[in-house]
Ligand binder design. Structure first.
Ligand SMILES: *Cc1c(COP(=O)(O)O)cnc(C)c1O
Length: 718
């Protein structure tokens, strides 16, 4: 049944379960399942960027036949099948043990993007990857969750740089049959699950289902023949187009999302909006209640008590707002048809005292959620301050916004060789003992040489990838020599390597390290202690200042003065993110304080023993402990932040970081450096995993909401 949905050709009966494994993204965080696919055809595994469905379609049938009669392969196949069945069935999960009375209380998790694997390109960056890690951990812990998102036919965009480094955004429709998406539900006579009225006409909405371990995610899609041609293309692209398109997408996500869950018979006990894009989900539930006769004020109370809202940005412009006229055009029907819910009531939900006439998505979500949080300790604080006008009767520090610091999914982000070192040191079942007190302290006694060797393996893997990728691009589109250098072909696999990869938003300051060029040059081209930097990242298609920063960085990669020690890797995605956080020596992060809500890539690096060097912003403000990495000192009062941060950055690299890295024992192992690596691993493992994050959401947000406990916090009053 499953292979009917995909192009997977015939599989021998003995191993036909390979299709089922490939159809649940659980495989992507099972080491055994990944190794199984890799062993079918290793070059093809690399060539498909680890996409098992594509691998099964393209592999030589003779090779598959050989696997079906190879006893070693069959043993590993049976083992993976058993693990998958166990994962699906066993009821002895963290959630079941700790919350036996809550079983059945489903959490609906709404997000505009999900980053689960690069083979499903429906994410742009940090927010999506966080949502993906959230769902994976919910599956691991047995938290009953269902995700709701949008199906983007063309994903985000593919990044191509012109010869002079200007980013051009090309979009390619990806092949859905090479993803584990299957059409969800629907009856025999119509392919859609629900219909949403917007901009004066009905839009039919269908859904695709994607399994993430035990967690289903429904992705909404309007590309149906029955829809108006304009509405068919609504879901083409993520974060593209003007505000009207964006508004329609968010309307479909919120209103359509609730209705699709209802159509699927899912009846959530908690509704979590991850970022303001999903706020209409709360408005729709309010409409449901008032339409059924519940008085407006009671309906608001009910929606609030079951809603959780997480805000993700401290940058005011990063919050979506529309005009009331746009909302009226989009939502017209809401109040025209329903009793007790009029236009003024709707506008009031999204009103911000400083922005008359605007409908603010974050404000709406805060009005309709009894539980609101930011994503790091510092971001919680900053958010209380930013939104204080909404609670004029409270001191800003008492504004009811808490925080749950982000975390990353260990089994997704930790490299296999690092896991193998932990197997040796802690015993093969260490993954079952993560909850033991002091568990992570044990990594402080990891064997220096073994840990170092595992790291060097990852470093070689990155180096091979860069060379092969540059070769492929060179052959494919006749690049000039300087571009081939810029793509990293002259990097030295043994030199100290700094990694910097993230969205090219100007506040992230990718160009800060180029502030003093002679000083940087002295650092990089030292023949005895060479240093190199690898950059990657996309600028948002509409962000010209971000593209200018990218272009200036790109031009340095081609500057002969740096002798090929600065590289830019195109097309940052989860695949490249893996290679980088696992394969560089240090992770660099330079947000202008306090504009980074959390940042998560440094946590991924930490899980691989890669220490971080960062300003004290986002998660580093609470994570930095002096042992596991380095921090740029806070800017003095009235100081120039860029000058001060750059000065500190150079000083740390010159005086501490590079010398420590190159101080080796007789066997060539940098003992002091490995000490930092151990601490980086301990810090990330003990405090910054998605497992810890999810437990906090359950304990402090989901469980109380399911129990119907009030948060005691008042809604915004202004
Ligand atoms: C983790 C990740 C991000 C987010 O990284 P930040 O440190 O928050 O900037 C962005 N993009 C990809 C592909 C990622 O894997």
């Amino acid at each position: 049944m499953i292979s009917q949905q995909t192009r997977i050709p015939y599989l021998p009966a003995r191993i036909e379960g390979l299709a089922a494994i490939a159809m649940n993204l659980w495989w992507s965080w099972s080491r055994e399942a990944r190794a199984l696919f890799q062993s079918i055809d290793e070059p093809l595994w690399h060539d498909t960027r680890h996409n098992p469905l594509e691998l099964l379609c393209r592999v030589d049938p003779a090779r598959i036949a050989a696997c079906a009669s190879d006893s070693g392969f069959l043993r590993r196949y049976d083992d993976v099948m058993e693990r998958m069945a166990h994962e699906a069935d066993h009821g002895d999960t963290w959630f079941a043990r700790n919350y036996p009375d809550l079983n059945g209380g489903t959490v609906a998790y709404f997000c505009a993007e999900f980053g689960l694997h690069n083979s499903v390109p429906i994410y742009s960056g940090g927010l999506g990857v966080l949502a993906g890690d959230h769902c994976k951990s919910a599956s691991d812990l047995g938290v009953p969750m269902v995700g709701v998102g949008l199906f983007y036919r063309k994903g985000y965009f593919d990044q191509r740089l012109t010869l002079d480094g200007w980013q051009e955004d090309s979009d390619v429709e990806y092949d859905v049959s090479a993803t584990p998406l299957v059409p969800a539900g629907g009856s025999n006579h119509q392919p859609w699950l629900t219909t949403v009225q917007t901009f004066g006409r009905p839009v039919h909405v269908r859904a695709w289902k994607m399994m993430v371990g035990r967690v289903p995610i429904y992705l909404l899609d309007t590309n149906l023949e029955a829809n108006h041609p304009e509405d068919r293309g609504l879901m083409n692209k993520l974060y593209a187009g003007g505000p009207d398109l964006r508004l329609r997408q968010e309307w479909i996500l919120g209103v359509g999302g609730v209705r699709v869950l209802r159509a699927m018979g899912v009846n959530p006990a908690v509704w979590h909006a991850n970022e303001g894009h999903a706020a209409f989900m709360m408005v729709e539930r309010l409409r449901e209640l008032t339409a059924s006769g519940v008085p407006y004020a009671d309906a608001v109370d009910q929606v609030r008590s079951q809603s959780v809202f997480t805000t993700h940005t401290p940058v005011p412009a990063g919050h979506d707002a529309f005009t009331n006229d746009q909302i009226e055009a989009c939502a017209g029907q809401v109040w025209k048809e329903e009793k007790g819910f009029d236009k003024e009531a709707l506008f009031a939900l999204g009103a911000h005292p400083a922005l008359p006439g605007q409908f603010h998505m974050t404000v709406t979500a805060m009005r309709l959620s009894a539980r609101v949080n930011g994503v790091s300790r510092r971001h919680g604080q900053v958010s209380r301050n930013i939104w204080r006008e909404l609670w004029p009767n409270r001191h800003w520090e008492a504004v009811p916004i808490g925080h749950v610091t982000n975390g990353v999914h260990l089994a997704t982000w930790m490299a296999t060789p690092i896991m193998a070192v932990l197997d040796q040191h802690l015993g093969a079942n260490w993954g079952d003992r993560l909850e033991e007190p002091g568990f992570w302290d044990q990594v402080l006694t990891l064997d220096h040489a073994k840990f170092w060797e595992a790291h060097l393996r990852q470093k070689r893997a990155l180096s091979n990838f860069i060379r092969e990728d540059a070769r492929r691009r060179f052959a494919g589109q006749l690049k000039e020599a300087a571009q081939v250098v810029g793509a990293g072909t002259l990097l030295d696999p043994m030199a100290f390597t700094i990694g910097f990869a993230r969205r090219f938003a100007t506040y992230k300051r990718a160009n800060l390290i180029f502030r003093n060029i002679p000083r940087l040059r002295r650092l990089l081209v030292d023949p005895w202690r060479p240093v190199q930097i690898i950059f990657a990242g996309k600028a948002h298609p509409a962000d010209n200042p971000g593209k200018e920063v990218l272009q200036s960085v790109y031009q340095f990669t081609r500057d002969p003065a740096f002798e090929g020690r600065v590289a830019f890797l195109e097309d940052y995605d989860m695949h490249l993110a893996h290679l980088l956080v696992q394969g560089v020596d240090i992770w660099l992060n330079l947000p202008r304080v306090p504009l980074e809500a959390s940042g998560t890539s440094g946590m991924k690096a930490g899980l691989n023993g890669v220490p971080q060097l960062s300003t004290l912003d986002g998660w580093w403000q609470e994570g930095y402990d002096g042992l596991s990495g380095w921090a740029i000192s806070p800017v003095p009062e009235d100081g120039d932040a860029d000058a001060s941060d750059a000065g500190d950055l150079y000083r740390l690299l010159e005086d501490q970081i590079v010398p420590l890295y190159y101080t080796r024992n007789a066997q060539g192992v940098p003992l002091g450096w490995v000490e930092k690596m151990r601490h980086a691993l301990r810090l990330a493992g003990s405090r910054f995993t998605a497992r810890r994050m999810l437990r906090e959401y359950v304990q402090e947000y989901y469980a109380p909401a399911i129990h119907g406990e009030t948060s005691g916090d008042d809604p915004p009053t202004a």
